[in-house]
Design a protein around this ligand. Sequence first.
Ligand code: NAD
Length: 368
Amino acid sequence: MIKLKKRKILLLPGDGIGPEVISEVKKIIEWFNKNKSLDFEIDEDLVGGSSYEKNGTPITDEVFYKAIESEAVILGAVGGPKWDNLEFSKKPERALLKLRKELKLFANLRPAICFKQLVNASTLKPELVSGLDILFVRELTGGIYFGEPRGIIPIDNGERKGINTHIYTSSEIQRVARVAFDLARKRNNKVTSCEKSNVMESGQLWKEEVNSLHEKEYKDVELNHMLADNCAMQLVRNPKQFDVIVTDNLFGDMLSDEAAMLTGSLGLLPSASLGTKDKNGNMRSLYEPVHGSAPDIAGKGISNPIASILSFSMALRYSLNLDKEADFLDKAVQKVLDDGLRTKDILSKGMKEVSTSEMGNAIISKLQ
Ligand code: NAD
């Protein structure tokens, strides 16, 4: 067999259930190394609250530079009640925001897929969600979470004013819309762009720029515009009308969480955050489950590792150009669900409960 060159993957397990779920990802990467001669070079380091405990900062410069030099970064989750009262710059979440911002990860991809085996886990009627397959493309480095001016300032009469600024430029809008159109071409060729152009100038610009790019380069893709509040309603009324949804940082945060719940479990949902490609086609990227650090179940061995494992599958697909291996891994997850194995969060009558590591082992056994 031909040996491929070593590809650096940085694992940042983080806090709470992060280390448990990422340790299952590590087993899978090691399986690929051993059985598919892929030779991934795995490094692992601290981020979030665990980094704060050891280094006094949620991410050290050393870890940050490792992330820059890796082909893919796979993160577990950060945060927990222990660090809730730290000053803003030391909070675990700052590590994530720094990685997203400094690696210029402007496109956040979040699939909301309702696995047929788990259709009853959704709060919606099975016929509404069965076969659901939406891909959210959320702008991640602009908009109101980063816009200036921002802050809390004193005003008259002892009152204070909180300020955040919602800003987008034409190029920021067009680069994320381009990602959405390109991905739609590989799926059902339909993009829904969401904003609030009825009440926000930034929303009006969003709509105009998406239209202009569509007109110039993507006329073959079906494009619809929808106000973000209507999209929130349509997601629970008729979610299967959507293929790719592209939206800004703020609306994307909320709408993709709403869509996540249509699928029944946070423990199943992966995500990818992608940067721009350099002239050699290389791209910075970060992969992470959608869920947080779940302090309520951390250390019990019951967390679901599937979201993290599917995040690695996205890394295979989007960063490492290994589509076949990604399909292979996705199928192994499906087969384990077909066999009726479930972690506690997705357990239903007649199914067999397994622990975090048993779920990882079962997926590996299907890869064999
Ligand atoms: P959460 O996603 O951690 O948990 C919400 C619920 O889902 C909990 O009941 C939890 O037990 C369950 N859950 C989550 N992931 C699961 C899994 N893999 N398997 C089984 N059950 C799972 O959200 P939260 O409780 O709002 O936040 C907890 C902490 O995580 C907070 O400190 C928050 O800031 C942080 N957080 C981090 C990220 C991230 O690192 N990207 C994202 C969201 C929240």
